[in-house]
Design a protein around this ligand. Sequence first.
Ligand SMILES: *Cc1c(COP(=O)(O)O)cnc(C)c1O
Length: 386
Amino acid sequence: MIYLDNAATTKTLPEVVEAMLPFFMENYGNPSALYASGIAGKKAVNQARRDVAEVIGAKPEEIYFTSGGTEADNWALTGVVESYRQKGRHIITTKIEHAAILRTCEALERKGVEVTYLDVDEEGVIDLGQLEAAIRPDTILISIMFANNEIGTLEPVAKIGRLARKRGVLFHTDAVQAFGQIPICAEELGVDLLSASAHKLNGPKGVGILYIRTGIKLGASFHGGGQERNRRAGTENVPGIVGFGRAALWALHTMEQRAAAEKRLREYLIERIEAEIPCCRLNGHREKRLPNNVNFSFMQVEGEALLVMLDMKGICASGGSACTSGTANASHVLRAIGLKEDEARGSLRLTPSWENTKEEMDVVVDHLKQIVAKLRRLTSALPSTE
Ligand SMILES: *Cc1c(COP(=O)(O)O)cnc(C)c1O
């Protein structure tokens, strides 16, 4: 198997699993308890909080553990709407956010919140002028992702942060794809709220964080037993949190080498695909993109057929986001960067990890060439449907 879907999820590192195990088997006491086994859990959670905080240059007390990126995104948006009611009910976001943001915005709209969805250019970057023009006296939040999960484009987060500060508007960023992959300093970037998720950086599934900058008013996510300083009740997922902490430390210390290795694979894939497969288009920004993201559209190719045929060769890839595959709709991200319906449907996302090799990329491109040619022969042999 050649796994090239690391933007959807990653392998849990053996050392991460090992760090988690004692908190299932021995130190399984409730971290709120006063006996040794509970105290060990509490200590481990607080160590993990320090380790996760370090990745974004935050203070440990600004880190709140959640059940993942989706919960963190939901909490950031609904929490601001609740806590800043007196100021207004207007949110600014983009057309290319993850479903965790877009579906939450839609739910808030049904409750009377107004949402502006910013356009992006053909490379997936927002326009700062358009953002500034969209800010109103009743704007309570700007929520713009750090890096797009489908096309890998990096948004101008530092500039957005500066603008948000200048205009007195809170700034949330969904950094699930960027956290632990590229350097982030929340304070320097002017970020007030930030979401991340462990399973995108070789940690376990079902655990994430919302970073809440000191001084930001934000209502509780869950009400209950007072965990996470009264902001997110529920007995802590101690093994998951410990795994996140270990994965975060590891990600921080290996970031440079991993990014360099992934960039080499990315550039090699892009170079070979562009040179050897006709009628294709690279989606996303050529330089301002995640180190491991490759996204192509192939004209006259049905993306789902492509994925099934790659799978038959043992290659795991994706058509866009995992959340949109399985449905016939073209990706909202690819539509937002100007692709036509059929171009958007013929797209392929390859997200290798540092562990993949150049030889594997050769195998992938060789198969891809043949599959694309075969699918195009089939398409042209079909009678026209018009
Ligand atoms: C994966 C992902 C999420 C969702 O995170 P989960 O932990 O799977 O809930 C949110 N936003 C982005 C950009 C993602 O890539």
